[in-house]
Design a protein around this ligand. Structure first.
Ligand code: FES
Length: 287
C-alpha cells in the first residue's frame, strides 16, 4: 500500500449519474491486481477530509493509467465530477485482497450487478491477456443503466439481463448463471448483496448438479486451505467482491465488517473485499 499522486487524464459520464475517470498513476497501475481498490482523497480545496473507496476498474501497467467507475451519490462523489484533466488527487493503494484464478482455469464467468461491474471489470483484462475465455453476465434495472459494450474488450462474451426486459434477458442476471455453470471453471461476482446471496445459493448445489471435480482436490493431501488464504480463494468455484461503506479502509474502524462462516467478523477492507463464497455467512440478514 502506498500513497501516490494521480493526475486526471479523462473524465466522462458514461451512464446517467455514472462516471468513468482515468488517472495517470504508474505505481498503482503496475502493482494492482483485479479485485483491489484505492482510497481516494478529494483535493485540499474540496473542504472534505474523508477518503472514498473505489474499485480499480482497470489498470494498465504499460500506460500507467488506472480507471475508476462510480455513481454520484453525494457531495463527495459529485466533487470528483468537477475535476478537469491535469487536476491531481491522491490515491492510497492498491488495497485489499485480489481475485485468485486457478492456473488450470480456462473459462471464467464474471457476474456484475449494476455498479458492481467495476469490481470484476479488471479481471476480464487480466484473464484475456492470459489467454482465457471470459463471459461477463451483467444485470441492471433497465437499458438506461446497461454498461456500454464499447468499453469492454472485444474478446469478451457480454450477456445482459434487465429487470424490466428493456434489453437482453427479462429478469435477474442470476437467471443466466445455470446456462454457464457447466462451461465455467470459476466464477467471480460483484454487485448487490441480494444478488451475491442468490449466487451463493446457486453455487452450493453446483457440484452435486454437475457431478464436477473440485479444483485442487488432490493437492495438499485433502487438507483444508487456511481461511482467507489465496489458495482457499483459488480453489473456490465462486469468489465474491463485497461492497461495504468504508471509513478508514485500513482495518481500524470496523465500519465495514461482514460475518464470516467461521463466526468471526471479516473486515471487507482488510480480509476482503474478495472472499471465497464459502468464507461468508449468507444466512440470516442477507437472505
Ligand atoms: S473501513 Fe475501517 S475497518 Fe474497514
Amino acid at each position: 500500500m502506498r500513497l501516490a499522486a494521480a493526475e486526471l487524464v479523462e473524465s466522462r459520464e458514461i451512464l446517467p449519474g455514472q462516471w468513468l475517470q482515468a488517472y495517470h498513476a504508474p505505481d498503482i497501475a503496475t502493482r494492482s491486481r483485479a479485485g483491489q481498490f484505492v482510497h481516494v482523497r478529494p483535493g485540499d480545496y474540496s473542504g472534505m477530509v474523508l477518503r472514498r473507496p473505489f474499485s480499480l476498474n482497470t489498470a494498465d501497467p504499460a500506460t500507467g493509467i488506472v480507471t475508476i467507475h462510480f455513481r454520484v451519490i453525494g457531495r463527495g462523489t459529485a466533487w470528483f465530477t468537477h475535476l478537469r484533466p491535469g487536476d491531481e488527487i491522491d490515491l492510497l493503494g492498491p488495497l485489499g485482497r485480489p481475485f485468485e484464478v486457478d492456473p488450470r482455469s480456462r473459462h471464467l464467468l464474471l457476474i456484475g450487478g449494476g455498479l458492481g461491474i467495476a469490481g470484476v471489470r479488471m479481471l476480464a483484462d487480466e484473464a484475456i491477456r492470459a489467454g482465457r475465455r471470459v463471459t461477463l453476465l451483467f444485470g441492471a434495472a433497465g437499458s438506461r443503466e446497461v454498461y456500454p459494450s464499447s468499453l469492454l474488450p472485444d474478446e469478451l462474451e457480454y450477456v445482459v439481463a434487465t429487470d424490466d426486459g428493456s434489453l437482453g434477458h427479462h429478469g435477474y442476471v442470476t437467471d443466466l448463471v445455470p446456462e454457464y455453470e457447466a462451461w465455467a471453471d470459476q466464477a467471480f461476482a460483484c454487485g448487490p448483496q441480494a444478488m451475491l446471496a442468490a449466487l451463493a445459493r446457486q453455487a452450493e448445489g453446483r457440484r452435486q448438479r454437475l457431478g464436477v471435480a473440485k479444483l485442487g482436490r488432490k493437492r495438499g493431501g485433502g487438507k483444508a486451505d487456511p481461511f482467507g488464504s489465496p489458495a482457499a480463494r483459488r480453489k473456490s468455484f465462486l469468489q465474491v467482491s463485497m461492497e461495504q461503506n468504508m471509513g478508514c479502509a485500513v482495518g481500524a474502524c470496523l465500519g465495514c465488517v461482514v460475518m464470516g462462516s467461521n463466526g468471526v467478523p471479516q473486515r471487507v477492507c482488510r480480509e476482503g473485499p474478495v472472499f471465497a463464497v464459502e468464507e461468508l455467512a449468507w444466512d440470516g440478514a442477507w437472505r
